[in-house]
Design a protein. Structure first.
Length: 506
């Protein structure tokens, strides 16, 4: 893949846009589908593989307007239907095409206060862009209108111009809402409940806010200052934050209602319990869950070896087990931390990988090697209990399993040795067990996920839940969608209570 410099892409966009400016509103659909999709400017792969600066650099104004002009403004808004938080996508894109950026931001914020985050990390290609009419016409989802990149453009433009607007908050209601966890689901509930005038407090176990956005996603994909700016909007709205507060230990969940006077609770504690392979050698020094590895590097700043108190393992040859976005993040982080060779070992083919195509492409550009149709059988240690190699098996694909992907089948007598000193296991996370362990009356399924109804209500009155603690490990935008449903139910419940109160103005 040839790397086009940001300067080359910017110059090309300035030439292209001239052709379309005078006919923005007059182009027929066929003409719009011929407008060239805009490539995302990015750092040079050689340069970026040794720094933690953001890889994707964002569209220029000309690129954003060209990309927005590709939108057909369909009558049937499939993109909106496929967006978990129901952003009016055609409307904000039309504003971008006409350089009405403040209006575009206002449309997005009707439904989402996290556009800079979602525009960067949400898998739009499997959601809002999956049924885009442009992608359908061109028979390639990768040529759909780049909705996520345009959402990011608007959020970045707002921040760069200092025009971040604080959403309106209704008069105080006297009602209190507690939110457990400051990940994406919790932040959405906070925004939606605070807009209605309720006092909102977010309780976060870590010393930094953001949940999985901060500890799980590296800064080269989602810079911490982006998370901070999005949270600053909530602070400006009057949302209260309490860090280093472990609900279930510092305070029981039900005590927040029974002793502290909260009228509703939302639990968004995520899926922070790492899964392992269950193979020989996983207790050796040099074996990490991706969760721990990324938390050390991201939240605890272990990559800053001269200043951080948290150590990180010095690696030369690293194997990452798994094929999702977390595996890509761990592999690319290991490369940046100084590993000479990084291998992603995945038991299916590239076609079945759940990771985003863009992340896989970036990893390849950065020199990550992919070993498909292979998996670990056991991890081998030296006399000091440290990893020195990994015995692997080769696979072939059989019939589809319950996920719809073809099942990997072991090829007999296919064992081989891969020389590595570090193994990072990135095969998924289970639900955080703390809430269910300390709140036995809470109904959970056999995996420990909290069971909720269609409004996200749990088995306990006034307590709602959403995100990975309900879904299992999922995406940021799906967690946000659950938060949106929970907030609507909480707001409805509290509004009905206010209506019944003797001193209600109604």
């Amino acid at each position: 893949m040839n790397h086009h410099t940001p300067e080359q892409l910017a110059d090309e966009a300035k030439k292209i846009i001239v052709e379309y400016l005078d006919k923005i509103d007059d182009m027929k659909p066929k003409e719009r589908t011929k407008i060239p999709p805009q490539e995302m400017p990015a750092q040079d792969p050689i340069v970026r593989s040794s720094n933690l600066d953001e890889v994707a650099l964002g569209y220029t104004i000309e690129q954003a307007r060209i990309e927005a002009m590709r939108c057909l403004q369909c009558v049937k808004k499939t993109c909106v239907e496929d967006c978990p938080v129901r952003i009016d996508i055609p409307r904000f894109i039309n504003h971008i095409a006409h350089a009405e950026f403040e209006s575009a931001a206002a449309v997005i914020k009707e439904a989402s206060l996290l556009p800079a985050i979602c525009g960067r990390v949400c898998p739009q290609e499997t959601q809002c862009q999956s049924n885009c009419a442009v992608g359908k016409a061109l028979k390639d989802v990768d040529k759909s209108v780049a909705i996520g990149r345009l959402e990011r453009f608007i959020a970045d433009w707002e921040r760069a111009t200092g025009k971040i607007a604080t959403p309106e908050v209704k008069p105080e209601t006297g009602k209190k809402v507690a939110i457990v966890g400051s990940g994406p689901a919790g932040l959405v509930v906070a925004a939606d409940c605070r807009r209605e005038g309720h006092h909102v407090t977010i309780f976060e176990a870590f010393h930094k806010l953001g949940g999985v956005l901060r500890y799980g996603i590296p800064e080269f994909r989602l810079p911490n200052d982006i998370i901070d700016k999005e949270i600053d909007v909530l602070k400006a709205m009057g949302v209260e934050f309490k860090t280093n507060f472990v609900v279930g230990r510092t305070r029981k969940l039900t005590d927040l209602i029974e002793k502290d006077g909260y009228n509703a609770i939302f639990v968004g504690t995520g899926a922070g319990l790492p899964m392992f392979m269950g193979i020989e050698g996983e207790s050796l020094v040099g074996v990490f869950s991706a969760n721990e590895y990324l938390t050390r590097a991201n939240l605890m700043r272990a990559f800053d070896k001269g200043h951080a108190d948290t150590p990180i393992y010095n690696s030369v040859n690293v194997a990452v087990l798994g094929g999702g976005n977390v595996a890509m993040d761990a592999a690319r982080m290991a490369k940046r931390l100084g590993a000479k060779n990084v291998y992603v070992v995945y038991r299916r083919t590239e076609v079945e990988m759940p990771a985003r195509k863009e992340e896989v492409a970036h990893a390849k550009e950065e020199g990550i090697e992919f070993y498909f149709l292979q998996n670990a059988k056991r991890i081998i240690g030296d006399e000091n209990g440290r990893v020195k190699a990994m015995e692997c098996l080769r696979y072939e694909l059989g019939e589809p399993d319950q996920s719809g992907r073809r099942r990997p089948v072991v090829i007999p007598n296919s064992e081989f040795i891969l020389n590595v000193d570090t193994v990072i296991v990135a095969i998924g996370n289970g639900s955080n067990p703390l809430i269910s362990q300390t709140t036995p009356q809470m109904n959970v399924n056999k995996w420990g996920n909290i069971i909720v109804d269609e409004t996200q209500k749990t088995s306990i009155d006034r307590i709602y839940a959403g995100g990975d603690i309900v879904l299992g490990a999922a995406t940021v935008i799906l967690a946000m969608g659950e938060g949106r449903r929970a907030a609507a139910a909480i707001n409805k419940m509290l509004a009905e209570e206010i209506e019944k109160e003797p001193n209600s103005s109604n």
